[in-house]
Structures are given as C-alpha cells and as structure tokens.
Design a protein around this ligand. Structure first.
Ligand code: F0G
Length: 451
C-alpha cells in the first residue's frame, strides 16, 4: 500500500488517517462517515508527485501500443492517477475497463440530441462497472496480505468480487438478499467459487450484518464504502475525457443505488480538473428508481442535508437499495456540477431498457434508468439539443434475462403500471413466435412483424 503518496480523508469531519489506520468497516472513528482517498503530493502546483498533464497525456497515448500487461487494463493504464499500491506486482486484473462509447443513433433522433452517447460498462469482464473498482480494491487486499474478502451485494459486486478473488487466490464471502438478485449474477458468484450466503433480508440488512462480521474476523470488506473501490471506479471518467480528446461532455447521467459510482465519477472529473487535464466538469445527474429513491427524497425534502432510509422496491434489483452508504459523496458530485437527482417509474425503466436493446446494445434494467431520466430532463427543458450527453450503462443485458423475457412476453408490468403507455410498450415488445417449421410460415411471421 503506497502510504507515501496517499492518505484517507473523512468526508464528515475532515480527519486524515493513513490507509493502515482505517477500521474494517471503513467508517471514521470520530464521526462515523466514509473516507476519500487523497493524494497530498498533488496539491502543490509543480510538486514532484503531481502528474504533469501534458506529459501524462503523451504517456497514455504511448501505452495504447504498449506490450506491458498493466497497460492493457483500462484502470491501471491510468496508474499515475491512482497511486495506491506499493508494488504493481500485486495488481489483480482481468483486463477491465477500455469499455466502448457508443452513439445512440435512434434515441438521439427521437430526443433531438445529436451527440447522445452511452458508455457501456456492461462490456467489462464480469459484465458490469464493478470490475474497475474491484481490480483496485482487490489489489490492495492482496498487497495487505488478506486471505478472505467479502461483500454484501445486489448481485454485480458479488460477481466481480468472486471473479477477482479467484484470480488472486483469495477466499470470498458473498451476502445477498434471498430471491432478490438476478440469476445471471448469482450464477457468476457460484461459478467463480465464492461462499454465497442468501439471507432472509434486503441489501441494506446484508450490508449491516457484514459491517459487524468484518469487525470480528480478518476479512477485507469490498463494498464501495471501501475507498479504494472508488479509485478504480473513477477511471471511466478518464476514459470518457480521453475519448473526447480531453474535452468533457456537457452532461453525464448515472444510475443511483448505493451511490458509489456517481461519487467515483465525480471524483474522477474533479481530480482531472484539479490536475489541469480538463478545463471543466460535466454536469452529473443521478437517477433512481421511484421505489428506491432515498437520495431523490433527500434533495426534495432536505436539500440533501440528511437522508432518511426507505424500504426499497423495484424490479431493477441492482438498485434496490433504501439506505445508500455513499449518499453524501454523490450529493456533492451533483451539487458541485449543477446536476439533478430524479426518479423514474417501473414502466419508464422497462421502456428505456427495450429502446436501448433495440439499438443493438442492451443493458440491465438498472442501467436503463439513465435514458428514462434523460427523457424527463429533456421534457422539462433541462437538457438542450446542442449538448453532448453520456449515459452510463452499468450492466450487461444478459445479467437479468428473466426481466427482458418477461417484458417481451407482456408479463413484466401490471395493468396500472402501464396505464396510458400500452401502445408504446406494445410497439417495443418482440416476443418469440410459435411458428410451424415451414418456409411459408416463417416468411409470413417475418412479414407480419413491423419495424
Ligand atoms: N447499476 C448496476 C447494474 C448495479 O449493479 C448497481 C449497483 C448500480 C447501477 C448502482 O451503483 O451502487 O454505485 O450507486 N450494484 C451494487 C451491487 C449495489 O451490489 O452489485 P451504485
């Protein structure tokens, strides 16, 4: 662990501690808040540890043609911007990151936003954005000599953790809410060999229990309360800036669950600005499901000064979280960039997911809240047609095939949920057809399908 270049700073009381002093649950002893990783050597202009923006951009270009394994990871390619390890020999990588940025062709026309893109983090090795954070924090676990790692999860964190732990040769423990995670994700935890415990509880209950367990046993906690996770998860911000030749989009829209990702992306853009790699930050907006919207309520009712936990309900199981750990960090990213925090209904999520699918991209339900949120922001006049907008798609469509199949079979949503949107939904549904095994019947089916 590189204690010379980095330290931890409490986001509540500002206390600064060395990485080694963090409690197993990563909460501040003084005030109970979370920590950010901070690089003191970056604060002085011209300081010897402060990356030189011009030099770094050149190095990053060179690394594209490098033969070194570390340079093939979309996280460790940016290692000067996350100097958390003593020894890069401890890196545990599945060659994460380097995810595609796609233009949304149909939706950009429909919404009259020419420059509408998705950053598809579902194209990571285990199918979600969690891999970028997991490579960072798992490498720290390895450097520290932990033998066992653990997380509570709505599915994707556990899939990523199980895979990276297997690569590192560490034992992994997963706590998940029984019956509330998508099969694809559960199957991954099993496949990669985690000890998977399904609890009769929700995500928030699993998280609470795990915070107790890590205080009793030498187990390294890999949820996003672990600040090293966020160091990895900030790197898509670098990839986005690099893809736009170090200018930044006007608006970045991120799904909100436990709120680590929006926090990490905010940190990534903030640090690029501080280091002079970019000249401004994008507006960062966070979208939650209406049934799991504690941050939206906090903004609406308390200007994000306090957060009251809610009982979370949404079919977008990845973001079924009522008491998000990183809400203060996410609120800061929204406030400092002039972004918005809003929620979308189950029908809006399902429609947006089908529209992303129809573009040949696909994503899991939690990711689709971004498009649903953008539609609302556009309708309210908060996004103009000349803006460059990037939606963060956080998970692959195959993660939750049941959701997709139920939608196309018309079994996903209840009558009240789709009231007034029946035609729109019918136009998007593509159920498999039962057809006779003859050329005539198949060709008739093809003809019968519009669009
Ligand atoms: N999208 C997907 C696909 C997710 O899996 C998650 C979170 C989010 C969005 C929300 O990100 O929590 O950083 O605000 N999944 C976690 C998990 C909680 O356990 O896999 P967040």
């Amino acid at each position: 662990m590189n204690e010379i270049l980095h330290q931890l700073r409490c986001i509540g009381c500002g206390a600064r501690i060395a990485g080694a002093e963090a409690r197993p649950d990563f909460r501040c002893v003084v005030c109970g808040e979370l920590f950010d990783v901070e690089y003191p050597g970056w604060s002085q202009r011209g300081g010897k540890d402060r990356p030189n923006p011009g030099g770094l951009k050149w190095v990053l270009r060179e690394r594209r043609s490098s033969a070194e394994a570390l340079d093939h990871s979309g996280v460790w390619r940016y290692r000067e911007l996350l100097p958390i390890l003593d020894n890069f020999g401890n890196v545990v990588s599945l060659l994460e990151g380097n995810t595609p940025l796609y233009h949304l062709t149909r939706m950009s026309k429909a919404l009259k936003i020419d420059r509408l893109f998705v950053k598809h983090q579902g194209m990571n090795p285990t199918g979600s954005f969690k891999d970028t954070g997991m490579t960072a924090a798992m490498s720290v676990a390895k450097e520290w000599g932990f033998e066992c790692v653990a997380c509570a999860s709505t599915g994707n964190t556990s899939a990523a953790m199980a895979a990276y732990a297997a690569r590192a040769g560490l034992k992994s423990l997963v706590l998940i809410p029984e019956g509330k995670i998508a099969w694809g994700k559960l199957s991954q935890a099993m496949d990669y060999g985690a000890v998977t415990c399904q609890l009769k509880s929700d995500f928030d209950g699993c998280m609470h229990l795990l915070s107790q367990i890590v205080k009793e046993a030498p187990i390294y906690l890999l949820n996003s309360v672990n600040p090293y996770r966020l160091e990895g998860q900030k790197t898509p911000a670098f990839e986005i800036a690099e893809a736009f030749d170090w200018s930044v989009p006007d608006h970045l829209i991120v799904p909100g669950g436990n709120l680590g990702n929006s926090s990490a992306l905010g940190k990534g853009f903030r640090e690029m600005l501080e280091l002079g790699l970019v000249s401004r930050m994008p507006r960062i907006s966070v979208i939650q499901a209406a049934g799991a919207n504690p941050l939206v309520r906090s903004f609406r009712e308390h200007q994000a000064t306090v957060l009251e936990p809610v009982m979370a309900h949404t079919r977008a199981t990845a973001i079924r979280i009522g008491n998000p750990a990183s809400w203060r960090k996410a609120a800061r990213a929204i406030q400092e960039t002039g972004g918005w925090c809003l929620d979308v209904t189950e029908a809006e999520i399902a429609i947006a997911k089908a529209e992303i699918g129809a573009e040949g991209l696909g994503c899991e339900p939690a990711s689709a809240v971004t498009l649903a949120g953008l539609k609302k922001l556009r309708a309210e006049g908060k996004v103009s047609s000349s803006e460059t907008v990037v939606l963060m798609l956080t998970g692959h469509t195959l993660k939750d095939a049941d959701y997709t199949i139920d939608f196309h079979r018309g079994k996903l949503l209840g009558k009240e949920e789709i009231a007034g949107r029946e035609a729109e939904i019918a136009g998007l549904r593509r159920d498999a057809l039962a057809v006779d095994a003859t050329p005539a019947a198949v060709l008739a089916a093809l003809k019968g399908r519009a669009g």
